[in-house]
Design a protein around this ligand. Structure first.
Ligand code: CP
Ligand code: NVA
Length: 302
């Protein structure tokens, strides 16, 4: 087992480390164009993507370049990995060429296996289980607006997936109030819930979305069908009532922040009206991927 510092889930970081990432992200945001600090100089960073991406790919790639490193984007479609070459062989080969890797893949076991054999740092760019870089950018977006994130109430509506799992992890480390508004019969992954308890975290599940959203500081959602899942009409019908619409916003605090990791399906998990009236929050959140990930890479790859 290697002792390399990876970022495979939020649980790989402490509260103190997350605050220090936020401070560095603020610095990178303020000094984007006049930053002579190039901590990734001479570093070759691989980016293995087994699923589609717009934001994650571009924000990491731009971030690596701005930090002085060289990104190498690899779609698994074009790699022997996509033709069945074992993860552990791919990892051991790439370790001979690269200084670090960002991976977007399916199972958490796949990224974990890669990290075990790569023996250099690995960052999770989304798995079926987690999206940790995204969730730090989300909380940073809130942190820029609110002084005290310990006191906030975050409400996640919709499908229990890699985004809600990441909120659960983040709550366990950072200690805000978290409510999930999910349909009856939908379950949170048991390992994620158990880990939350182990780390002293807690969250509430409330099936009525208007009660769940009462006095919320942050309201957020994600697509009903994630990448790698089959389009399931029955699932979509069950999730439909959990759309973020005006009644949800009216139930939340007047200065509620609305987050969406994107891409969004208007009319499914969020109404067009709500999406457009909170577009500032949503696109600030997308921009913050860049600044926060630069801070994450400085911590993990240097
Ligand atoms: N939010 C997010 O990860 O977007 P992409 O799938 O476009 O990378
Ligand atoms: N839950 C979504 C997030 C996309 C950024 C998915 O995994 O497809």
């Amino acid at each position: 087992m290697n002792k390399i510092k990876n970022f495979l889930s939020v649980l790989d970081l402490t509260e103190e480390e997350i605050y220090s990432i936020f401070e560095r992200a603020s610095y990178f945001k303020k000094n984007r164009l006049n930053n002579s600090n190039k901590p990734l100089t001479d570093k070759k960073i691989g980016m293995i993507f087994e699923k589609s991406s717009t934001r994650t790919r571009v924000s990491f790639e731009v971030g690596i370049i701005e930090l002085g490193g060289s990104p190498l984007f690899m779609s698994s479609r074009d790699m022997q990995l996509g033709r069945g070459e074992p993860v552990k062989d791919t990892a051991r080969v790439l370790a001979r060429y690269l200084d670090g890797v960002i991976i977007r893949t399916f199972g958490q076991d796949r990224i974990k296996e890669f990290a075990d054999f790569f023996e250099k740092p690995v960052i999770n760019g989304l798995t079926d289980m987690y999206h940790p870089a995204q969730i730090l950018a989300d909380l940073f977006t809130v942190y820029e607006i609110k002084n005290d994130i310990k006191e906030i109430k975050v409400v996640y509506l919709g499908d229990p997936n890699n985004m809600s799992n990441s909120w659960i992890n983040l709550q366990a480390i950072m200690g805000f109030k978290l409510v999930l508004a999910i349909p009856e019969g939908f379950k949170v992954n048991k390992n994620v819930a158990d880990n939350s308890k182990k780390y002293g975290g807690s969250f509430e599940i409330i099936h009525n979305k208007l009660i769940a959203s009462e006095d919320a500081d942050v309201v957020t959602t994600d697509v009903f069908i994630s990448m790698g899942q089959d389009n399931d009409d029955i699932k979509i019908q069950k999730l439909k009532p959990y759309i973020i619409d005006k009644p949800v916003i009216d139930s939340a605090k007047r200065d509620v922040i609305l987050l969406h990791c994107l891409p969004a399906h208007r009319g499914e998990e969020i109404s067009e009206e709500v999406f457009e009236s909170f577009s500032k929050n949503i696109f600030d959140e997308a921009e913050n991927r860049l600044h926060v990930q630069k801070a994450i890479m400085e911590k993990i790859f240097v």
